[in-house]
Ligand binder design. Structure first.
Ligand code: BEZ
Length: 202
């Protein structure tokens, strides 16, 4: 399997962290791509008309996207502890946490594009501030719940790790640790995992 990815993409990181945690990493050939919303990558577009990474190309030529589909696909390939609980309330809670963390990442990546790719005079400040509010409201919710998640590993928790890693990478001045001390303590330990250390964004 080939994974089209960018070392900066937190969505691609989710896939790679899951692949490490489930022992599948050696079955994946990562293909680093350069792309932006205004400069699509031809190899990615050929497999995924939306042009987004991560895109997983299976050996039979099937392309899978987006990160949620890829993660759920990979989770079917191994016999270890599942990152997507199979049924019941824990499945719905985990999927909702995945949606919350993906929503934070959507907002953060959109701010990144708005502020990095557009000149300052064209930036929409109110829109940026509202994206930030989404992020802070969502982090506050996770801060309340993180004690119940200590010692848990699933796709929602992997999402939290990728969110915090991306905020450190692209928004260090926002100082999320000041707002979320419990999350900061949780991340100290979670970030030491081999899966996180091996997929640090750059
Ligand atoms: C970034 O550079 O922050 C980035 C790159 C690819 C996808 C998402 C974010």
């Amino acid at each position: 399997m080939k994974l089209f990815y960018s070392p900066a993409s937190p969505f691609a990181r989710k896939v790679l962290v899951l692949a490490y945690e489930t022992g599948l990493i050696d079955q994946i050939t990562p293909v680093a791509c350069v792309l932006s919303p205004v400069a699509p990558n031809a190899s990615v577009v050929e497999e995924n008309p939306i042009g987004k990474i991560p895109t997983l190309l299976l050996d039979n030529g099937t392309a899978l996207y987006d990160s949620r589909v890829i993660c759920e696909y990979l989770d079917e390939l191994h016999e270890g502890k599942k990152m997507f609980p199979p049924a019941g309330s824990s499945r719905w809670e985990t999927l909702t946490l995945q949606s919350l963390t993906d929503g934070i990442l959507d907002a953060a990546v959109l701010i990144r594009y708005e502020t990095y790719e557009r000149s300052e005079q064209h930036q929409w400040r109110e829109w940026i501030e509202n994206q930030k509010l989404k992020i802070f409201r969502s982090l506050a919710r996770i801060e309340k719940e993180i004690e119940n998640l200590t010692g848990t590993l699933n796709i929602g928790v992997i999402g939290i790790g990728c969110v915090l890693g991306y905020l450190d990478f692209r928004f260090p001045d926002e100082n999320w640790r000041n707002r979320c001390p419990k999350l900061a303590e949780w991340f100290l330990e979670f970030n030491q995992r081999t899966s996180m250390q091996s997929t640090r964004p750059h």
